[in-house]
Design a protein around this ligand. Sequence first.
Ligand code: FRU
Length: 549
Amino acid sequence: MKMYPNVLLTTLLFFISHAGLFAAEITLKVTKRYLNLPVSQQAERGTMQFTVNKTTERTFKIRLATDKPEYWVFCDLSALKGKTITLQYSGDAAGLRQIYQDDKITGQDSLYREKNRPQFHFTSRRGWINDPNGLVFYEGEYHLFYQHNPYEREWENMHWGHAVSKDLVHWQELPIALYPDQLGTMFSGSAIIDYQNTAGFNKGNTPAMVALYTADNPDKEVQCVAYSLDKGRTWMKYAKNPVIDTKAKWNSKDTRDPRVFWYQPGKHWVMALNERDGHSIYTSPNLKDWQYQSHITGFWECPDLFELPVDGDKNKTKWVMLGASNTYMLGSFDGKTFTPESGKHYFSTGSIYAAQTYANIPVPDGRRIQVGWGRIPQPNMPFNNQMLLPTELTLRTTKDGVRLFSVPVKETGQIFKKMQSWQNLSAPEASQKLQEFNNRDGLRLKTTFKLSHATSAGLNLFGQKLVDYDMNSNLVNGVFYSPEDMTSMEITADIYIDRTSVEVFIDNGAYSYSFARNPDAKNQEGFLIQGNNIEVKNLEVYSAESIWK
Ligand code: FRU
């Protein structure tokens, strides 16, 4: 057995606890910042419980490795320094013996340089992530909270993880914001800044950052409140949680993902909440007492609701209601009821799910910035999934009516440096020019194809179709897309290639999609432009700088 001298193992014994659940336990004095825990996906999930002074400090499920760990996860024990904790585990004790304390996490030295670590998309150091939560800008920081399992690369034990950025590009992961509690695990939700102290949580001149989230337990899902007075670093849960409990009303467990914002005309808070078959609207004067107002069917999970100018005209606005698939309706909203006038429509497909937009973007900026969860597997990594690039959403008039457009926020431009650009190439010429970039680590390509026959045009990378435009059927990578001017015979693509994912923005964001990289190992071609006598009108190649430097 490998020995870790810095671990103070005072007890290691097998025993049957009073509940009969825990087969093994160790006791240790916390002397370092992190507890490193070995994980193997082959091991069964067991229940781990930490006890401090006879009080349960946390309980979670983990696949403790009994022999060689596949990877390591960690707990930040800063808050427990000097205390004695007992770790009890329902599974094999061999796993417990490998747990050790250190001021570094296992693998710290190769952090963000792992083989399949995305270089310009946010990922957590360890564990699983899904939905972005509580997106709020406050005092120069963009907060990114997210659904997080710190203990495994698969979904379980939902916490709110936390990261911040000053520019929406470079992220710093912070300690976990919300831990599971007696009401359940921490499902998705949103955050706002309560400048007017409507909830009474503010302290002096410091307004509370208030999060509304779902607590999920085997019986039901309820809506809860937590607040922070230190820029989201530490959180207090509201003593009278839950604030909404509607399982009986809907005869359904599915009531979750509160999205809250201030409705200025009515001077009250609005919550869009997914309940069973669609999104409900609730209102509140104080973020604690909520009144049901209305419901619109046809949406599943993670509501978002906001007002946007049409073609930049502040006097002409529409409200956008979205669900987790990022499909949306356009309509009007009076503070209590959303009335749809068109939809559902789509503007982005593929790996994106459960996207949310930022709250509290300062007025002179006023952008509607969306971050989506990229359901991108990260093969053989101690972490999984990623966030997609933050995008700016706008409403524009098209031949089909008003539609959402989405392009990466301008801040992303700083990491992409133009290396080459060409005009008016044939497909074979363009493929040839791209050869030197076949194996480049991180790349952005901008291109415009002009078709000469109403057939197809595309770009492959090692056999995988990054862009596949079928003009006859109006399909882009299998999804219906009809350019604004069909007769132009042109299509543009802005393509972001990271280590494990690709994001593509067609025609300035009229349509976008994302997917996992899946090169054909036998394919030798690298970049290949395809099409029946197409012209590559423009081709620009940009290097991509890692955001983790
Ligand atoms: C969407 C979702 C939410 C839920 C969360 C749980 O991906 O299912 O509805 O709150 O994930 O992790």
